[in-house]
Each structure stands twice: as C-alpha cells, then as structure tokens.
Design a protein around this ligand. Structure first.
Ligand SMILES: Cc1ncc(COP(=O)(O)O)c(C=O)c1O
Length: 440
C-alpha cells in the first residue's frame, strides 16, 4: 500500500514536470523523459523509484568530491546559520575574502584581481566586458576600435548573448541566432591532438586572423586544452603557447575560459598549466563550489584592473545581486581546500588510465569513430548522432547516469569514484554503445 502511494506521488510529480517545466535544451510540448532524483551520496544518484545510478557526469563537470560530502554539507549548514546572503555592494565577508585568497594563490602566477558572479555564462560576459573596457580605457576618450573578439571553432562558452557570439557558429547550438549575434572572428579549431607531435601548421589560421584584425581585437577567448561542449576535443599545449605569444605581440588580451577545465579535470589544476601560460583573464565556475551551488569567478591580471580603474568611468560596470553569495563562497573554500589537500593528481591520472583502458573495447565497435581520455574525462565519439531518448533510457537500465550529446558519449565522473564503480561505468558504456550501434 505504502509503495503504491509512493509510486503514485512520483507519477504525479513527473506528470506535473512533464506539463509545466522546461528542462535544459528541451521542448516543453514534446519533452524527453526525465528521471526523478530523490537524493545522492558519493557517486550514486538515488532515483525516486529506488533505483541507484553511478553518476558519470558529476552534474556537468561540477560535483568533483561526490554528492553529500560530509565536510561540504557541514560547511554550508554552518554558514547558513551565520550569514546566508548579504549584498556585496559596500559590504564584504570572510568567505568571499578567503575564497579570493585561494584563487590568487592557486591560479597561474600574476592573476590577482577577483570578480565574483553567478554562473559560467555570466563569468564569460564579465570577462568580455572587462576586455572591452580595458581597451576603451586605453583609448583615453578617443575612438576605441579594439572592441571585437577572436576565438577558435568548436568552442563553447555558454548560453547568454555575448557568450553565444563566441560559440562555434556553424552547426553549433546557437546557429539560429545568427544575424542577431555580433559577428566575431573564428580561427580553425586546433587539429593537433594533445598527445600528438606538435605541427606548427596548426596555428596558421589563428596567426593569420590575429595579424589581419588585431587593430580591432580586444581579446581572444578560448577553452584551454579541452574544448568541451563544442566537441570534447583535447588539443596540443603548444597551440596555447603560440596563442599567448601572438596575443602579446599584437596587444590583444587572452581570456581563458576554465569553467569546465578548472580544478583538476584535465589532470592539471587549470588547463593553462599544461602549457605553462598565464592568461590575462581567467573564468572559473562549475567545480568551484564542488557542485553545491552556483558561483563563478573572473580572475584578472593587476594590469587589467589598473587600466580599467585609471580610465573613464574608473569603475568596472558590473554588479549582480547575488555576487559573492556567502553560502557559495564558503562551500567553495571548503571544496578548494579539500581538493588541494588530497592526492588529486594521482587520483585523476588513475581515472585517466582506467577510462582509457575501460573504454578501449569501444574502438572495435562498428560506428565508433574515436575513443579518447584526458584527466578525468573519457569520450567515445560515434560516426552518427545518438538517439537520445533510447540511449538515455538504456544507460539508466544499465545502472549508470551518462548523458550524451550529438555523436558524443562522454563521462567526467566525480574524482572520488573507485576502481570498481569506474569499471561498472565503462563496462555499461561499452555495452550500451554496442547495442545502439547495432540498431540502424
Ligand atoms: C567552457 C564553458 N564555458 C561556459 C559555460 C557556461 O557555464 P554555465 O552553464 O554555468 O552558464 C560552460 C558550460 O558548460 C562551459 O563548459
């Protein structure tokens, strides 16, 4: 009887959800199935119907320490009793200050001006505004022509308007806004892979664009080393070093969007560390709070802050309501401390080995174009886009949470995943990819 009631209430909840709630990238009239999560612990999502799934997605790169981590949960509980929120205009607080200290200490040398905001996309907006305002200030009231951006194809930087303008324009998620979005410059995506020998021809397209347009460029924006939602591509660190050199040569700022790569995901604390470069502005989000809350940060070089402050109007024109929310900052401090006090590098390289090994049988499956792993990211690229509804259901039936897009079946599990659960995850992927590829 109790179970019947339970099931009925789950069905009612799901029926309401289906009729009234918009999910990410979905149709409100004809939505795909969603699954009700009741709670989560470690690497396991517990569904309303009692099933448990091993989470391969870390809730879109963010839950690096797993769900309901005792220390993080305790931090947020304590902070909630002290100060859940207060405006940041004219006021400040210890969690924000402590987090800024950590960011200044651990981001690449020279980044030391911190701006907090709400989400990854907003961080990208903030970084782009900073770059524009920097060159506006340098023009000293004259005509500022350096107000456009250069980026690389296959990139993804978020869903707000300016972030969309630097996402891959062709076949990308935002192509329907073409014509409304500002038109910027796109170099060919790097084709030299992370593990390949460097081929200097890879930088030619970028070099030619920056040389031709630098008079109009305020900044280059890119995802360092790992291009995420635009194709899950891992490119060569030398590409990044060349970009840094060319940006310096042509007085163009470099914005590193580390929203997905930050906090160890690619095997280094930040993607830029693979190349040993410091960008002028870095965007952080996602794993910043260990996936507990939404928060993002933009960290810039001292010079960026100084030039903006010395120019007109002398202030940086941005200030969201929930800037530096104390709950989010306090859990971010705990998450960051937990990460750096752990053996994260060893753990992530262990995950990389297990993902490479565990996903390699997929190479033999017809319809699989490529299998790759870097850090705690594993990718099976198919020749054709998946049938989302069918494959999603099949993953759940196999006890794992994996959410592919397009031709990409990929995972980036919480770093605390153990070998047994990782094996369960990769075996489920191989099984499901095999079944799916046998269906025409
Ligand atoms: C590299 C990158 N930049 C920006 C964003 C946007 O972040 P958010 O979804 O928090 O707005 C994402 C999200 O996937 C991302 O991967």
């Amino acid at each position: 009887m109790k179970e019947e009631l339970l099931n009925r209430s789950i069905e009612e909840l799901l029926a309401f959800d289906r009729n009234y709630i918009w999910h990410p990238y979905s149709s409100i009239e004809n939505p795909l199935e969603v699954f009700l999560v009741e709670s989560a612990e470690g690497v396991r999502l517990k569904l309303g119907d009692g099933r448990e799934l091993i989470d391969g997605m870390a809730s879109w790169w963010s839950v690096i320490h797993g769900y309901n981590h005792p220390l993080l949960t305790e931090t947020i509980e304590k902070q909630a009793k002290k100060l859940a929120h207060v405006m940041f205009g004219g006021l400040t607080h210890a969690p924000g200050i402590e987090l800024a200290k950590l960011l200044v200490k651990y981001t690449p040398e020279g980044l030391n001006r911190v701006f907090f905001c709400d989400s990854g996309s907003v961080a990208v907006e903030v970084a782009m505004k900073m770059a524009m305002q920097y060159h506006f200030a340098l023009s000293r009231g004259g005509q500022n022509r350096k107000n456009r951006f250069l980026t690389i194809r296959s990139g993804y930087h978020g869903d707000t308007f300016h972030a969309m303008s630097v996402c891959d324009p062709v076949g990308g998620m935002h192509s329907i806004y073409d014509g409304v979005l500002p038109r910027y410059f796109f170099a060919d995506a790097p084709s030299c892979r992370f593990e390949d020998d460097w081929d200097e021809r890879d930088i030619l397209s970028f070099e030619s664009l920056i040389r031709t347009h630098h008079d109009n460029l305020c900044a280059v924006i890119l995802e360092p080393i790992v291009q995420g939602a635009g194709g899950m591509r891992f490119y060569h660190p030398e590409y990044l070093r060349c970009v840094r050199r060319l940006c310096d040569e042509y007085r163009v700022l470099l914005i590193a969007d580390e929203i997905a790569t930050g906090f160890g995901r690619s095997g280094e604390l930040f993607g830029c560390n693979h190349a040993g470069i410091t960008p002028d502005i870095m965007c952080l989000g996602k794993a910043l709070t260990g996936g507990y809350m939404t928060l993002a940060a933009v960290v810039a070089k001292e010079r960026v802050g100084r030039v903006i402050s010395e120019g007109n109007p002398g202030i940086f024109m941005h200030g969201p309501t929930f800037m530096a929310n104390p709950l989010a900052c306090s859990v971010a401090v705990s998450s960051f401390e937990l990460l750096i006090s752990s053996d994260w590098q060893e753990r992530i390289s262990g995950i990389e080995n297990k993902l490479s090994e565990g996903l390699s049988p997929c190479r033999l499956i017809p319809g699989v174009a490529d299998v790759r792993a870097l850090g705690a990211i594993g990718v099976v690229e198919l020749e054709k886009p998946v049938n989302m509804e069918r494959i999603q259901k099949r993953f759940v039936e196999n006890g794992v949470w994996v959410r592919p897009f397009g031709k990409l079946v990929y995972v980036m599990p919480p770093y605390i995943i153990n070998d047994k659960d990782l094996q369960f995850l990769t075996e489920a992927i191989c099984r499901v990819v095999e079944i799916e590829s046998s269906i025409e």
